[in-house]
Design a protein around this ligand. Structure first.
Ligand SMILES: Nc1ncnc2c1ncn2[C@@H]1O[C@H](COP(=O)(O)OP(=O)(O)OP(=O)(O)O)[C@@H](O)[C@H]1O
Length: 384
């Protein structure tokens, strides 16, 4: 790999020149690079050359990166030679990899998926040795959901938070389907949002409006609202569920809540769905906060469900999503949960952080969403 040029392991900077309005390179050259030089931080730049590049890069290289990272710590910790036995090198039980993303949420999604698939089933992330990956997310994408949810207001703000060094856990979700032998196999890891129905169709259609920046989502949403569809499916919750109570303006344990037993089904929404989001972030872009109670760092995922409504109700909801007041509306159901499964009677489409996945029909095609609880997937943090 040869990433280790000094005994100080570099910050890995992943730059996506295609994100948002294509300003990542300029932001890097004019703001970030000079600031890192001033701060004396060594770095290595990885420029994404195509869709999927960041994911493939980390999938292919995460093991040598971790090896070099461990070596750098071992070098730094090497005690002064005391005798003929020479210096002893003590291998650490953990190490911190810092990754600065100059791009959007899709780039963070690619890196997380590349890393977790790259180390799966290896000793590179295990009980004996577990690295942590700390992200500095510089918001040069379109939605910048993670940054917006953390209240980051600008590139400079994100940079200042990185240099200040305060971080919080960035919990992710696993998206699994049934593999042979009937066990759940994680297919994808989600950092922002899984969606079904209108939101997924909007993201799908928004690519053709990419040149419009943020406006692309609005254009694609209007197109889909004009031609509003209902999406057949049922959503089954397992284990503890909290639902939002409009009268008390607060979350309360669902009536059927089954303690911490994640195998017991608690609640079912029978659909059809007009709009369905399962998220880890409160905002999906500045001015759009569909799951206002979501928290990047907690062990819950938030579910916003709108079942079988018409254009007027959907427009009414969107009219109040800027400040989260839509969760007071009758047609909006809001939950916090840890495990939920979606089943569709016919083939469906799921959107996972902007990546699309096919839902196969019937019980065998069920998709299971979980807040990742395996410690080997809970390795991410974000400077906040
Ligand atoms: N060199 C490249 N050329 C074209 N597409 C690229 C390139 N590198 C990465 N991509 C793709 O760019 C897309 C957008 O990336 P990213 O998520 O960073 O920005 P965004 O979509 O504008 O922001 P957000 O996800 O925050 O809304 C991703 O699908 C990624 O795979």
């Amino acid at each position: 790999m040869g990433i280790l040029t000094t005994d100080k392991f570099p910050l890995l900077v992943v730059l996506n020149p295609f994100s948002g309005k294509k300003q990542s390179r300029e932001v890097w050259e004019t703001i970030l690079q000079p600031a890192l030089h001033r701060a004396g931080k060594p770095f290595k730049v990885i420029e994404s050359g195509a869709q999927g590049h960041a994911q493939t890069y980390f999938f292919d290289n995460i093991k040598p990166i971790i090896t070099d990272l461990v070596q750098s710590i071992s070098v730094a910790n090497k005690p002064v030679s005391d005798s003929a036995s020479g210096p002893s090198v003590v291998l650490p039980s953990s190490a911190t990899l810092e990754v600065m993303v100059v791009g959007g949420d899709g780039t963070v999604h690619e890196i997380v998926n590349g890393i977790l698939h790259g180390v799966k089933g290896t000793e590179f992330v295990s009980e004996a040795f577990r690295p942590t990956v700390k992200f500095s997310i510089i918001p040069t994408g379109t939605g910048n959901a993670i940054s917006t949810s953390l209240g980051v207001t600008s590139v400079q703000d994100a940079l200042d938070r990185y240099l200040a060094g305060k971080e919080i856990p960035m919990r992710i979700m696993t998206v699994s389907t049934k593999a042979s032998g009937n066990h759940w196999e994680p297919r994808l890891y989600t950092v922002v949002v899984n969606s079904f129905g209108l939101h997924c169709a909007t993201v799908y259609d928004s690519e053709e409006f990419r040149h419009l920046g943020n406006e692309r989502f609005r254009q694609a949403a209007m197109k889909n609202i004009e031609n509003l569809k209902q999406y057949e499916g049922k959503l089954v919750f397992y284990g503890p569920v909290q639902s939002y109570n409009r009268s008390s303006h607060s979350l309360a344990p669902s009536n059927n809540s089954s303690g911490d037993d994640l195998t017991a089904s608690t609640e079912t929404l029978s659909g059809p769905f007009t709009y369905l989001l399962i998220t880890k972030q409160a905002s999906l872009e500045p001015g759009f906060t569909p799951t206002p109670l979501a928290n990047t760092a907690d062990e819950w995922m938030d579910v916003l469900a709108v079942q079988n409504v018409g254009q007027a109700e959907i427009l009414q909801m969107f009219g109040a999503t800027s400040n989260g007041q839509h969760i007071q509306q009758e047609q909006v159901e809001y939950f916090k949960t840890k495990v939920v499964e979606l089943e569709t009677p016919t083939q469906g489409r799921l959107c996972v952080d902007g990546e699309f996945m096919t839902i196969e029909p019937g019980p065998d095609g069920r998709v299971r969403f979980e807040v990742a609880k395996d410690l080997n997937t809970q390795i991410f943090g974000v400077f906040a």
